[in-house]
Design a protein around this ligand. Sequence first.
Ligand code: HPA
Length: 270
Amino acid sequence: MLKKIKETANYILQQTQTEAKIGIILGTGLGGLVQEIDIKSTMDYDQIPNFPVSTVEGHHGRLIFGSLGGKEVVAMQGRFHYYEGYGMDQVTFPVRVFKMMGIDTLLVSNASGGLNPDFVVGDVMVIEDHINMFGTNPLIGKNMEELGPRFPDMSQAYSKKLIAKAFEISERNNVQLKRGVYVGTTGPTFETPAEYKMFRVLGADVVGMSTVPEVIVARHMDVTCFGVSIVTDSGVPGEIVEVSHEEVQIVAAKAEPTMTLVIKELVASL
Ligand code: HPA
């Protein structure tokens, strides 16, 4: 595993000469950020040794190298979801490769169902913390000591400093951001009303099907993390209506300008 991670990182470094310290996972709602990146080069996932290949609609599957807000970045356009059938090691493989390439900060975005009754569809929430409800953990197995400790601390999974910066940015630009807890679950089913209620009772503000594995692996390697989530549908009792992947994409697209602004300014401030 470690050999594969190094092999892939070395290949990418050789091909691109990137010196990026910032990695971005362009989940749902951050597609528009691509237009803001001054792109130097791209690499399709299927060209990269050991990389899994993305299968989901609305995700392209390539790495983008370039600069954003004056900083060199590497961005994943399309991520690997557990529900696609990838193992946790595959879902998180690119994050480990990022670290080996010299990345020290990871920015992620995703779409989610709203559980907090104060949230409305279209809101953008800064992830303050998460709850892992995948029923597994990407760090299960022999610990790779070279990457991080057996029992990683998770007391500040999402950087307080970056969260504070995001709110400074939102105030300066007059855009509204919510804050709260993201619960990550496998999917691919959206939740039943009873499940939405359960996740609310457990202490979450939104529920989604990604991000938690990547952030766990990033924190294992002491990579600083920041996440934003677009509330694309409501799981609040009385407000639940039928939801589809298409609807999620449509709502997420509308929130793109806010997401793009926050991430761009955040990168510029790093
Ligand atoms: N549940 C889980 N994942 C999601 C949802 C949801 O309601 N909306 C977008 N991703």
